[in-house]
Design a protein around this ligand. Structure first.
Ligand SMILES: Cc1cc2nc3c(=O)[nH]c(=O)nc-3n(C[C@H](O)[C@H](O)[C@H](O)COP(=O)(O)OP(=O)(O)OC[C@H]3O[C@@H](n4cnc5c(N)ncnc54)[C@H](O)[C@@H]3O)c2cc1C
Length: 456
């Protein structure tokens, strides 16, 4: 029988990372990735196909990374895992034996429980190249699009659709059920900024509105809101989240948790089979902060888990730390990011928080070409002064600023530590050293903590 040492099911973010991390640590092992699709799409790049990139081909993951690392690729769907015999069976009728197995089967878009989802020109954010090509082709002959969901995926689709020649001012509409777009991840003042930019770009933003039905006779003609209002649309894009893809795992008798993800331990081993690991969107996740179950699914989380899984396959190397959560997006010319907990999320968790804000250009002097004002809010836990979150808007530099914040959170860094960070500065590259946003906000937080917490 054809047998590999390590078989990884799934060839997207988690599958690729798990395979590479495994080969790095165990170079003598035969590692095989099996994936359903012929070509893998860059999931985070999907909205950009419809505006900035303009084609699906420009948003594909190259197989070179796997090939360069000596990892074999099989393009076929796994339909069954026989854990007794340690083999996987594929849709084409092939079998492949394994010594260790990694499930990285990802997620599927959530489908709203509303009538009309099956109508022509209703699309979901599917990670599927031929489907995305059909969606792009369909966009050429539509005039009005309604996007259901004002989270990251929805607002990115709206911003990108507006760049597509089919759409004019007022023909792209976002409908969000919460009072603000991005409310689940950003604090309200940042959400307001996002909505202002979308509206200034000619996009209609309807908040506190629920889509009740998708209308049309075969082909979509509009949507009906819960208050009875009808919006004209010849295309609808649903971007309301994702659910773990766990059918295969369920069939194989692996344990599934309350969020429908595959249950794993801190080392990415499934709970009932020590030779089967799982990582990425398909697993059950817990919050770094509270240890409670988390429904966040992000490429940053998937790759971190995949590194743990890949390296731990033949011996424990890493322990997963739970979900920190780092979001970034760009709306118009402005970036919006959050690492860890927003102020609202921290308060909801019952934390006693101190916040501090700093705003400065990301070059110095502010007249330097390309300088953009950064607005940063840091959130600290008052008891120990530990950083639990950061929310920022600004130029592209805030993408890495929140990554630095995420690293600080993950390593329990306090306001006192950050206030004394020796950050390198240069006029062309960074803010001024005296108003370096991260350090400046931390110093303000130290001052705001009453009574002052002594540095230990
Ligand atoms: C539109 C969009 C934008 C996003 N933007 C961002 C962003 O900006 N930043 C961010 O951090 N995250 C973003 N995400 C989330 C991110 O894409 C996911 O967290 C990430 O794709 C998870 O990777 P994964 O490998 O676990 O799963 P997936 O990407 O879902 O991949 C699953 C893989 O498993 C394969 N597979 C499944 N079942 C089988 C089977 N039976 N046999 C063989 N193969 C199988 C699939 O074919 C696929 O290759 C975005 C998601 C979407 C949809």
């Amino acid at each position: 029988m054809n047998k590999a040492d390590v078989v990884i099911i799934g060839g997207s973010v988690a599958g690729i990372q798990a395979a590479i991390s495994c080969r790095r640590r165990y170079p003598q092992k035969r590692v095989v990735v099996i994936r359903s699709e012929e070509q893998v799409v860059v999931p985070c790049g999907i909205p950009y196909i419809f505006g900035t990139l303009g084609t699906v081909e420009k948003n594909l993951v190259s197989d070179k990374g796997l090939e360069k690392n000596g990892i074999e690729i099989i393009k076929d769907e796994v339909v069954e895992i026989d854990r007794e015999r340690k083999v996987v069976l594929t849709a084409r009728g092939d079998t492949l034996g394994y010594d260790k197995l990694v499930l990285a089967t990802g997620s599927l878009p959530l489908e709203l429980p509303i009538p009309g989802l099956d109508k022509e020109n209703v699309f979901l954010a599917k990670k599927d190249v031929p489907y995305l090509q059909r969606m792009l082709d369909a966009m050429d002959s539509v005039r009005d699009v309604v996007i259901i969901g004002g989270g990251f995926i929805g607002v990115e689709f709206a911003d990108e659709c507006r760049k597509h020649p089919s759409f004019k001012d007022g023909s792209v509409t976002v409908v969000e059920v919460l009072p603000h777009c991005l409310e689940l991840v950003l604090d309200k003042e940042f959400c307001q900024e996002v909505e202002d930019i979308l509206r200034a770009g000619g996009i209609k933003v309807l908040t506190s509105k629920k889509v009740e039905a998708i209308l049309g006779d075969g082909k979509v003609s509009g949507v009906r809101l819960a208050d009875g209002e009808e919006l004209k649309a010849d295309m609808v894009i649903v971007g309301v989240g994702a659910r773990p893809n766990t059918e295969l795992a369920k069939k194989a008798g692996l344990e599934i948790g309350p969020t429908n993800g595959i249950r794993v331990d801190w080392y990415m081993r499934t709970l009932i089979d020590e030779d089967v690991f799982a990582c990425g969107d398909c697993i059950e996740k817990v919050s770094f902060f509270s240890g409670k179950l988390s429904r966040l699914m992000l490429a940053s989380i998937a790759t971190s888990e995949a590194r743990v899984a890949g390296a731990n396959i033949y011996g424990t190397c890493y322990r997963n730390c739970g979900v920190v959560g780092v979001f970034s997006t760009m709306i118009g010319e402005r970036a919006f990011c959050c690492a860890g907990l927003s102020e609202a999320a921290a308060r909801k968790e019952g934390l006693n928080v101190v916040t501090a804000e700093s705003s400065a250009p990301d070059r110095h002097p502010g007249e330097m070409p390309g300088a953009t004002r950064t607005k940063l809010k840091l959130i600290f836990c008052k008891e120990k002064g530990l950083l639990v979150g950061g929310v920022a808007s600004g130029g592209s530099s805030v993408g890495e600023l929140v990554n630095l914040i995420a690293a600080c959170i993950q390593h329990s860094v306090s306001a006192y530590d950050i206030a004394l960070f020796q950050m390198g500065t240069h006029p062309c590259l960074t803010p001024s050293p005296v108003v370096y946003s991260l350090v400046d906000a931390a110093e303000l937080a130290v001052k705001a903590m009453q009574p002052p917490i002594p540095k230990v």
